[in-house]
Design a protein. Structure first.
Length: 246
């Protein structure tokens, strides 16, 4: 049986058994296998892969293997422009938008806090989430390895952390979102954009204690929710500074 030498990089190693992580290892395969066949057989979702080098040359998933090749497999390079060399899937997404699975409600709110268009539904099945991801060109944020392995998936990120704040930091690091963040520009509840509004326009909607203490307000264009810079804003501001490094 022919075999090839594989090495997986960065977070793709999370899908491999410990003894195969961050090192070269030989993989036997059946004749007429493609590079995609072997990658999937190792438990790595194909939609997590963005660049494959066979003997130093970029190839697509349909590349047939003969045996003796050295294969390097890299994850999605959302923060780098590798278009001249990549052969796989849709082009890297520059206008990043997201949809989060049922287990990531808090993460979706944090993504909105930083200005990222992030959909969240607590009543949709996996097939519906995949359809939204594909039709609207959204990166699917999920806790499910099985969901990422779905044959229709094109863009997805496995969120391994349990704590929502650590989840957010991991997504930021993975996609290098720091320069694209626009904190407090999106509604945490409905995902709509917020805009400044005068105190006079919303005064009739404010509790007396708020009118007496605050004078700067924003309004969500979608759900009509009013925001002001209270103690919650201050706490969130500290979190924003922590994530963005001050």
């Amino acid at each position: 049986m022919p075999q090839a030498t594989f090495r997986f990089y960065e977070e793709l190693n999370d899908f491999l058994p410990r003894e195969k992580r961050k090192r070269d290892f030989a993989v036997p395969f059946s004749p007429r296998s493609t590079v995609k066949d072997v990658i999937v057989s190792l438990g790595v979702p194909h939609n997590e892969v963005d660049l494959i080098l066979v003997n130093g040359v970029s190839v697509d998933f349909k590349c047939s293997l003969k045996g003796g090749e050295r294969i390097s497999v890299y994850p999605a390079f959302e923060s780098l422009d590798i278009r001249p060399s990549r052969k796989l899937g849709p082009n890297p997404l520059r206008d990043l938008r997201f949809v989060a699975d049922i287990h990531l409600g808090r993460l979706s709110r944090y993504m909105r806090l930083f200005g990222f268009d992030t959909l969240y539904f607590n009543d949709l099945d996996p097939e519906a989430l995949i359809e939204i991801s594909i039709q609207q060109a959204r990166v699917l944020l999920t806790r499910s390895r099985r969901l990422l392995k779905h044959k229709a998936m094109t863009r997805g990120i496995l969120v391994g952390e349990v704590d929502p704040r650590m989840q957010l930091k991991a997504v930021f690091q993975r996609l290098d979102l720091y320069a694209e963040a626009r904190p407090f520009s999106r509604c945490l509840s409905c995902n709509g954009l917020v805009k400044p509004i005068s105190e006079q326009e919303v005064a009739h909607r404010l509790p007396s204690r708020v009118k007496a203490k605050y004078h700067t307000f924003s309004l969500c264009k979608s759900c009509d929710r009013v925001y002001w810079k209270g103690t919650h804003f201050e706490r969130m501001g500290s979190f924003v500074e922590d994530v963005l490094g001050g």
